[in-house]
Design a protein around this ligand. Structure first.
Ligand SMILES: NC(=O)c1ccc[n+]([C@@H]2O[C@H](COP(=O)([O-])OP(=O)(O)OC[C@H]3O[C@@H](n4cnc5c(N)ncnc54)[C@H](OP(=O)(O)O)[C@@H]3O)[C@@H](O)[C@H]2O)c1
Length: 256
């Protein structure tokens, strides 16, 4: 991606998104950066003058997202790549099931992404070799305990993007899904269970950015972790449930 591609990257204020922003800016791309926290976006803009368009906002607010789309249209007239990376995670306590928690997670991970799609697609149609990228999660391969809200939101986003991929193929808009395993970021820092094979955010971002150039259908990592999840998903259902229950017992020392 060593060119002046016009990229809208969401969730650029921390974690994987902040590291992707850095890698893409080094490659010479122009970036429209979104998140609610302005300071880290501003810091990138100061370090890479002329390459950054600041489009902060709360992406769960459809009005703000439309405004962001208008600002990108005014500044650039088009987008070549959109990377829907913004996301959140909260864990379900099945003993005190909280529908509001599910609503919050789905709103950020699925609905906000759909608001972004509404603004982004007309701009991508006007872009050069358009590429739509969505960060889902390896959790969509195999259900993990307490991850019901997060997994449901990411499975929903996966379906939305995989279905859109078929619809958008006739317009030559490529769609890539990114499925990270565990990555060290503010999103995972309070996890109270082991996170096998976890990567740094920088390593994850480098991996994603290198592979994006080839526009694969999916970028899933780390490979051994993904292979294990895929293997588990192919086991008989009862065995999967037994293994899941075992994981629930050992994940935080208390049953979930
Ligand atoms: N870390 C992992 O192990 C892992 C694994 C699989 C998938 N993922 C996915 O990777 C993506 C990046 O996550 P991360 O781990 O890098 O977490 P992170 O450091 O918490 O980053 C999340 C980003 O999303 C932004 N965001 C959240 N809610 C927003 C909202 N309402 N409006 C605008 N921006 C919002 C945050 O910015 P503000 O708070 O400033 O708004 C932040 O920039 C997420 O989609 C996550 O689900 C992460």
């Amino acid at each position: 991606m060593a060119d002046r591609r016009r990229i809208w990257l969401t969730g650029a204020s921390s974690g994987i998104g902040a590291q992707m922003a850095e890698a893409l800016l080094v490659s010479g791309a122009r970036l429209a950066l979104s998140a609610r926290t302005l300071e880290p976006l501003k810091a990138l803009s100061d370090r890479y003058p002329g390459q950054v368009l600041l489009v902060p906002g709360d992406l769960t607010d459809s009005v703000q997202v439309r405004e962001i789309g208008k600002r990108i249209a005014q500044a650039w007239g088009a987008l070549d790549t959109v990377i829907l990376n913004a996301g959140t995670c909260e864990y379900v306590d099945a003993r005190q099931f909280d529908a509001a928690l599910v609503e919050r997670v789905v709103r950020t991970n699925l609905l906000a992404s759909s608001y972004c799609l509404e603004s982004a697609l007309p701009l991508l149609r006007a872009g050069s070799q358009p590429h739509l990228v969505g960060v889902v999660s390896s959790v969509t391969y195999w259900p993990l305990p307490r991850a019901g809200a997060y997994g449901a939101s990411k499975a929903g986003l996966r379906y939305l993007l995989e279905s859109l991929r078929i619809d958008l193929a006739q317009e030559n808009i490529d769609v890539t899904l990114v499925s990270p395993g565990f990555v060290d970021t503010p999103l995972t820092e309070n996890n109270d269970f082991p996170m096998p094979m976890r990567w740094s955010a920088q390593k994850a971002a480098q991996h994603i950015c290198q592979r994006l150039e080839k526009r694969p259908l999916e970028i899933a990592f780390p490979a051994p972790f993904i292979a294990i999840l895929r293997l588990l998903a192919n086991l008989p259902k009862r065995l999967q449930v037994a293994l899941g229950k075992r994981l629930a017992r050992t994940s935080d020392g208390k049953p979930s």
